[in-house]
Design a protein around this ligand. Structure first.
Ligand code: URA
Ligand code: SF4
Length: 213
């Protein structure tokens, strides 16, 4: 009887045009890897025309914290890895200063393909790419998010407030405690911001210890 009803259900799905049943992934890592492969040829916005490599994200799929930047730069486009250029080196150092490495966290960006000449991603591009990030957040279920720079913060928090205003308090994104701080590339241009960035980072570190999964 049970088998008969299963067969009927499968027939129904088949008639509805569903030929392949959803196969659950064994783990977050496997699911992320499958999605990365599936989206790597995305043409949903014009940024695909400059893509050498799709930069999905990397790190611990079970991480307590997700770090989110703006979009791939030149080196990231060449390697397919987030934050590996000069800004990435500084990010590594910042993580080291709070006793973390990039494999302790999950690092990704608002847009997954490089904007030409590192210009800010346009609204249409951010909107087209955002579902991929929201899905990553859904899968990883971090306890903390650190938004690096104005573009990441304004996009995820859906606001036009300034970076200074946004970093003056923490936020909630879908119930997840969310920090906003300077983008490491901005810190390279403006060393004066390193001190306030360090203050942000220390608060983030304290929460990371408290909220560790
Ligand atoms: N800047 C970003 O915002 N993301 C990267 O991956 C590299 C530089
Ligand atoms: Fe697709 Fe995002 Fe790349 Fe645009 S930036 S083509 S939406 S993956």
């Amino acid at each position: 009887m049970a088998l008969r009803s299963l067969r009927l259900q499968l027939e129904l799905l088949h008639n509805l045009g569903i030929r392949e049943l959803y196969k659950p992934a064994d783990s977050r890592a496997e699911l992320l890897a499958r999605l990365q492969a599936a989206y790597s040829t995305c043409v949903k916005c014009q940024l695909h025309t400059g893509r050498v490599k799709f930069v999905y994200g990397e790190g611990d799929p079970n991480a307590t914290a997700m770090l989110i930047g703006e979009g791939p730069g030149e080196q990231e486009n060449q390697t397919g890895r987030p934050f590996v250029g000069a800004a990435g080196k500084l990010l590594d150092d910042m993580l080291k200063a709070i006793q973390l490495t990039r494999s302790d966290v999950y690092i990704c960006n608002i847009v997954k393909c490089r904007p030409p000449g590192n210009r800010d991603p346009e609204a249409a591009e951010r909107e087209a790419c955002l579902p991929y990030l929201l899905e990553q957040i859904d899968i990883i279920q971090p306890r903390l998010i650190l938004l690096l720079g104005r573009v990441a913060a304004q996009t995820l928090l859906e606001t036009t407030l300034s970076l200074e205003k946004l970093r003056s308090s923490t936020h909630e994104f879908q119930g997840i405690k969310t920090y906003v701080s300077y983008h490491p590339a901005a810190l390279l241009r403006n060393p004066n911001w390193k001190r306030p960035a360090w203050e942000d980072l220390q608060k983030f570190r304290d929460d990371h210890l408290l909220l560790r999964k």
